[in-house]
Design a protein. Structure first.
Length: 371
């Protein structure tokens, strides 16, 4: 089967030489995720979270600790409604810019209650798409721990049958599943076949499943064929979860099976952890004839924009022709507010990269999204 035909509005975006894209951000709020999201169960009511924000701001004033200021900024956004979060994100860009909100399906991975389930999170994105046409290219989170995962994929993705029109897939393995989970393989097969872009979290993380012990379903490749097996593991720290679930090496069996997968290993591995080198190895890998093994592998600089100590390394990567064509622009709004004001971080990053590099990252995002 050929890749999905581009809808006319996406054809227009692809043909726009000046298109600006933020390929990585979020608009979910406190009502759409379980109240164990931040590590402890708290009442996710506007009143309580506003009270918590005020306490954190007071601690910031007293201590001058930037951790408190970042937490206060995050909480201020976290309690807003979805449209206000969206408006805050787009305020940093000119009219006509396009954004990729990534949904998060935490219903079966994080303990606690939520006011609205994952379907209602999807519906809130649909409402934004109707109100802001041609500005939103949404990604649907795939969590194999949710028994309705394949139903969501069939009903919500833009496949010629759905009225929802979600365009890409989001994978967040720290919610307690392997990227080689056999239940995900049919999704990846269809994504490769239809050219559906996938963004996966690929760095250390604050957010992970609240389960401390898990039986994990995995796949290895034997004689070119997938073989399923299970592991039972215990986890204590966020590093334990990240190193097991989100390291680039875990994609090896998936890429063996689906080498033309259009995949964004987001955050460029975080850069500080050295995972960027693993991503770069995938990008540079060739067969005996010199052809790229994984020609549709991308990365983005989402959240990485907060750390100026990584900028020189990014600029070096942008001199490598095998990598410079596959690094995309993204911010990770509003998660990145934990590190500072988005306006300041974005301005500093853009100025250091320079207009030509930023333009290249934007064009890379177009190819990732539209082929």
């Amino acid at each position: 089967m050929a890749p999905r035909p581009l809808p006319p509005e996406y054809q227009a975006l692809r043909n726009n030489p000046d298109l600006i894209i933020d390929v990585h951000g979020h608009v979910f709020n406190h009502e759409q995720i379980p109240n164990g999201y931040i590590g402890v169960r708290l009442p996710f009511t506007n009143r309580f979270l506003k009270f918590l924000e005020d306490i954190v701001r007071l601690l910031w004033i007293i201590s001058k600790d930037k951790t408190f200021s970042g937490t206060a900024r995050f909480l201020d956004m976290f309690i807003k409604d979805v449209e206000k979060i969206w408006q805050k994100w787009i305020a940093h860009y000119p009219d006509g810019a396009v954004f990729c909100p990534l949904t998060m399906d935490m219903d079966y991975s994080i303990k606690g209650k939520e006011k609205y389930n994952f379907q209602q999170q999807i519906d809130s994105i649909i409402q934004l798409m109707k109100k802001y046409p041609n500005r939103i290219i949404p990604f649907l989170c795939m969590n194999p721990r949710n028994p309705n995962m394949l139903k969501y994929f069939e009903n919500v993705m833009c496949n010629g049958k759905s009225t929802y029109g979600f365009w890409g897939v989001k994978v967040y393995p720290n919610l307690g599943y392997s990227v080689s989970d056999p239940r995900l393989l049919p999704v990846f097969a269809k994504c490769e076949e239809l050219g559906i872009p996938i963004t996966v979290h690929c760095s250390l993380t604050r957010v992970h499943t609240t389960d401390k012990k898990l039986t994990i379903h995995l796949t290895k490749v034997v004689d070119g064929k997938p073989v399923s097996y299970n592991e039972t593991r215990s986890f204590k720290t966020k590093e334990d979860y990240s190193n097991y679930f989100s390291h680039p090496r875990v994609w090896a069996p998936v890429l063996q099976l689906y080498p033309r997968l259009r995949l964004n290993m987001a955050h460029f591995g975080g850069l500080k952890e050295g995972w960027d080198e693993e991503i770069a190895k995938y990008m540079r890998a060739t067969d005996q004839s010199g052809n790229l093994l994984y020609p549709n592998l991308f990365t983005d600089v989402a959240y990485t924009i907060r750390d100026k100590s990584t900028f020189a390394k990014i600029l070096e990567y942008m001199k490598d022709p095998l990598i410079s064509t596959r690094v995309m622009y993204g911010t990770d709004s509003y998660m990145v507010l934990l590190e500072g004001k988005l306006k300041n971080m974005k301005a500093r990053f853009d100025a250091t990269m320079g207009p030509a590099v930023v333009k290249t990252m934007q064009n890379n995002a177009k190819r990732f999204l539209f082929g």
